[in-house]
Design a protein around this ligand. Sequence first.
Ligand code: F6R
Length: 603
Amino acid sequence: MCGIVGYVGSKKASEILIDGLKRLEYRGYDSCGLATITDGSLKVVKSINRIESLENDANHLEGCIGIGHTRWATHGEVSIENAHPHVSQDGKFAVVHNGIIENYTELKKMLLEKGFTFYSETDSEVIPNLISLYYEGNLLKAVKRATDDLIGSYALGIMCVEQPDVLVATKNNSPLVVGKGEGENFIASDFGAILKYTNDFAILEDREFAVISKDEVSFYTKGLESAFYSFIKLDTNVDDMEKSGFAHYMLKEIHEEPNTVQKIIKEYLHSSKGSMKFQIEKHDIKKVEHLYIVACGTAMHAGLYAKCLFEKLARIPVTVEVASEFRYQNPILRKEDMVIFISQSGETADTLASLALVKDKNIPFISIVNVKESTMDRLSDNVLYTKAGTEVAVASTKAYIAQTTLLALLAIYFATIKKSYDEDELKTLVEEIEMLPSKLERILDNEEKAIPYAQMLLQDQSIYYVGRGMDYYLALEAALKLKEISYIHAEAMPFGELKHGTIALIEKGTDVVVFANSPALWEKTLSNIKEVEARGARVFIVTTMRDLQDVENYDILVLPEVHELLAPILAIVPLQLLSYHIACMKNLDVDKPRNLAKSVTVE
Ligand code: F6R
């Protein structure tokens, strides 16, 4: 989604802003821009293409203070006029805005009545004009009065030509951090934008303000009282933001999966004792009668995988909810329930709103988060980190592997506490988890096996991904990966359900990818295969099982053998690779697929 970076210091601001914007690219955007103050006037450059296209014009901008933005269109098409920064009608104020102003229509009407004119279709353009309306020589006070009028979410970076040495920043329900350097200071919507320059961060609270000059950073409360903020250091690795020789971040991140699983094992498992290091009160676990898992997209698919494990091992009924639905459902939550939130970014608006709802009702919850110091991390008392490192590619890969591995360990932990499953079986499962990294390595060593399959599927308009039991949830994630980066339609179905309607679409040459990892369900799966084959489907089987009978007619990819409850953690990997190679063959922008954003910070 949108990204913000701001700089004040003694270096050329435009260079730092361009660098910061490039580091925000992965979040997804469709236009970009930046502004600096030079010789007492605002200079603005914008582009509806990639950041590189901005570089030339930006290079001509002098000035040691500036704000930059990547826009992901919400109000108004992708155009130069709608791109940020937005400038007030009097040319004095420049603003970059992340979020959505819900009452902008009324505010715009009021401003129009007062004689203001507008050049864009955005909600954001009201903000510099409101600040201009209220400005009486003090930028901070004008920003405060303007934001008092705003309903909605925002993170703002603001400059004024009459105060050319300061940036003002504020936020509400949209993240913004302040970075402190030596003789230079920064603002950003994402640590990664400025991590190269500083590792001293303050995280701005809702409706509070930061005033930033070259040598000073001051914070203010909602009422403009002086506020104390402590600065923190991150243990994020700047190398995570590099491609390290891989053609794309997505490929690099898939190759990091064995190490990702290893890190989870190290973090949560006492190897020698076979016990786990989760710090969740045993009596809290014992009293859980119903689990809700709430998340979006890939994280929600990890939740569906976990449902199978918690139900089978811990014998706890689990409801998995898409966060955008959960938040408006008035969910029936009782004290005996527990909620698990899952998010890579920790900034997904719908997941955060669901968390706020659960917190408000005082229902116990656990958050599974990848990004430390994200909003979700800071709102949660019980956080389990997925430790996958920065995931830059928009399509989530290593984070899913981390989420599913962590959830598998957590389900085993719940089962151990509840004594709901055979102890030796649980031990075997833990041992199998410890073997996952080497099995993942083996799959990655055979990466080229994905290429002929990619060639075969490349021209498809639509592909079916099917499976029974937990293989259906795996199919959902595999289909999502294909859709988002290769733009081929993929539909995931529970295999047994196909004949209740969708089979009408199967005809000669339709490609059907079958996940088959459950020995108990194999006979049924084979019958379903015969049904689609009889209608002309071309069948591809992905399996961790050995010696399957009666499969000579089909293309079959046999993966390393693994406990069937862990199969999805392995079996998704060749499908991630398949999607990746199809997207490459189609010459698509693998890391930044169209219309998508890395963290979805608006509803
Ligand atoms: C798909 C993908 C998205 C995210 C979803 C939730 O590859 O990345 O579906 O999984 O937007 O994001 P987080 O996990 O950051 O809450």
